[in-house]
Design a protein around this ligand. Sequence first.
Ligand SMILES: Nc1ncnc2c1ncn2[C@@H]1O[C@H](COP(=O)(O)OP(=O)(O)OP(=O)(O)O)[C@@H](O)[C@H]1O
Ligand SMILES: [Mg+2]
Length: 375
Amino acid sequence: MPAANTSLSRLQINQVRNLKGIRLDQFQRVNVFFGHNGSGKTSVLEAIHLLGMARSFRGSIKSLVSHGEESCTVFGALRPGNTTLGVQRSVSGEVRIKIAGTPVRTVAELVEYLPLQVINANSFDLLMGAPGARRRYLDWGVFHVEHRFFDQWQRFQRGIKQRNMLLRRVKMASEELSVWTRELAQSGEALSQYREAYFRLLLPRFIAIMARLAPSLQGLELRYRRGWDKQLSYQEALVNSTDSDLEQGYTHVGPQRADIRVLTDGHSAADTLSRGQQKLVVCGLKLAQGQLMSEMGKGHCTYLVDDLPSELDREHCGLVCELLASMQAQVFITCVQQRDIGDVWPDHDQPALAMFHVEHGEVTPVQTGDSAIDK
Ligand SMILES: Nc1ncnc2c1ncn2[C@@H]1O[C@H](COP(=O)(O)OP(=O)(O)OP(=O)(O)O)[C@@H](O)[C@H]1O
Ligand SMILES: [Mg+2]
C-alpha cells in the first residue's frame, strides 16, 4: 500500500513529445516550469500524469510518444520510502507498469500511489462539457476516499453492459432480464450512495473555498442529481422504465445519468460565468477534492496546474496560489515567465518554491533568487 502524503522526489522522462531524456531530482513542494510557447512545459506535466495514471491528459498515446519513436517511458521515485514507479507506453498500444520494480497488471493499482488533480484547458469541461466529465470528477474523489467504491463501480459497469445486451436481443427470457435488473439495482444503489455521501462532504468545502477565491461571486450552488426519480428506489425506477428500455435497447435511468449542476444565482454557471470566473470555479472544485482527501486522512494529492496565469488576473492568480500553498500538497505549475508565479506565490511560502526553465525540450533548475533568466 502507498504511504499517505507521498510526493515525487525524482523523475526521468524518455521520449515524451519533445522531451527526449530528462532527469530531475531537485523537486520541492511547489515546482514551477516556465518557458516560451512550445518549449515543453505541458509535456513535463503530461509525463507526470503518465507516471500516475498510465495515460495522457490530452490526446492519444500515439501523439504523446516522440515522433519517430516506438515508445515513451517515465520513471519516478516517491518520498517517503523511495518507492519507484515506472510506466512505458508504446505506439502499438502496449502498457507496462512497474511499482517498486515489480510489474503490475492494472492501472487501478498504480493510481493510488500518486493521486493526481489536473487543472488545464480540458478542465473547463467540468462546467462546459457533457455530464460524463462531472461524473469522472466525482468518481475520482469517491475512489480515493471510499475503498469499497471501486468494486461497486466495476460491478455496475458489468451489470449495465449485460442488461443493455439483453434489452437488444430479439428473443429474450424475461426472467433473465429480471435477474440483471436486480443485480444492477443493487450495485447502482450502492454506487449512488457512495457518491451522495461524498458530495455532501464536498459541497461545504467547495463553498468555503469559493468564498476565498471569488468572494464577489454570489449565489454559487452545486446540485447533485443521481440519475433517477428521488422518490423511487433504483429497483423501482428500473422496473418503471423497462418498457421504454426495451423499445430503445438501453437502460435509461441510473447512476450512468448522474450529474452535478453548477448554478450561480439560479442560472447555469456554464452559460453565465466569464472565462476567468469559470476557471476559478474549476480550481475551486479541484481544490475542494484535494482538501477533502487530506481531511479524511487519505494524504495529499499532487496538483498538475497547466498555465495557471492564463485567463486569471494577477489578484485571482495570487488567490489560487494562496490556496494551493495552504493545502501543503505538492504542486507542479507551468507559466510563461518565471515572475508569473514567482511574484504572486505567498511570501511566507517562497522557500517551498523550485523553479525550472524549459527551453527546446531541455529542463534546467534555476536557483530561486537567481533572476538571471526571466525576471
Ligand atoms: N509527438 C511529438 N513528438 C515530438 N514533438 C512533439 C510531439 N508532440 C508535440 N511536440 C512538440 O513538443 C513541443 C512542446 O509542446 P508543449 O505542449 O509541451 O509546449 P508548452 O511549453 O506547453 O507550450 P505552450 O506555452 O504553448 O503551452 C512543441 O514544440 C510541440 O510541437
Ligand atoms: Mg503548454
